[in-house]
Design a protein around this ligand. Sequence first.
Ligand code: ADE
Ligand code: ZN
Length: 343
Amino acid sequence: MLTDFGTHPADRVPKAELHAHLEGTIHPPVLRMLADRNGIDLPEGVLDADDNYLWTDFNDFLKIYDMAASIIRTPRDYYDLTLDYLGRVAAEGGLYVEILTSPDHVFDLGMGLQDQLDAVVEAIDHARAQFGVETRISQTIVRHYGLERSLAAADAIAAHPHPYVTGFQMAGAEDAYRPGDFRPAYDIAVQAGLRCTAHTGEWLGPASIRETLEALPMVERLGHGVRAIHDPALVAELAERRIPFEVCPGSNVALSVFESPEQHALRGLWEAGCVITLASDDPPYFHTSLGAEYRFAMDVAGLSVADLFDITRNALNAGFMDAGTRESLLQRVEAEAEAEANA
Ligand code: ADE
Ligand code: ZN
């Protein structure tokens, strides 16, 4: 969360993100509060004394993520952490968020999926009323948990429909299994009426993106996709096909997907005409926020305020929401764009 919000031109832009892992958004003080309330000690090595999440590399990050998520015990915990995150993203101008929730984490807690879903839905409704932010849910399978669990999760997702549950995707270790191995899970999701995306081209390179799009033709957007930059022909194809990217610069820089912020793919993908959206992934883990991602796009990738408005439009057009919701959110953006033009 930006402590100096309002001091940067990017702060004036209304924002939308299509990629925030719910368990990855937990503000450290909220995690400590949940541990306290649940009468459990925070596992050693999750947070340091200054409330930084501790991890060393991508696999360690995934491990710490699961350890932190294990502090959640009740549907009320899910309600509180969801409302807290949506309030924080709205305070930085967020109008629309797609949160990634994973049934596997819920099962591991021994919680019923319906109970968790009811709590998250209630938080979404309260966040809309209190902060004016709209939210949809993208249900997520975790690659490194294996194929059997991906199928069980997909079945459970299909059995728990809700108008806010509009998306389906896979996250986790990108080198676990092959994209096509998850086709049966994706087929279940499509049958359940969900629209699909996938983490790809975050940890592995262009070949992983090509393979994902080929093996899972229902995938409409790329979760990250940034390593496409190493293959100009692929970048040109993705731009031509208008496949939206869910770009999370803070996450990529923290996880050393690129050697330095300046080497991040955002500028190159933008110049190639790709459909770019910005998101914060797991913001407290990477010391980022949606507002910080928009600032990065200006300060490091050289985009303009007008470009940032287009990025928000891209996210709303690529978002998995109903047409009426999309239209009213786009109208809010256009009203702010007009005010910006007249300022
Ligand atoms: N789960 C949470 N954050 C993730 C990321 N950035 N990549 C893959 N899986 C994740
Ligand atoms: Zn992610």
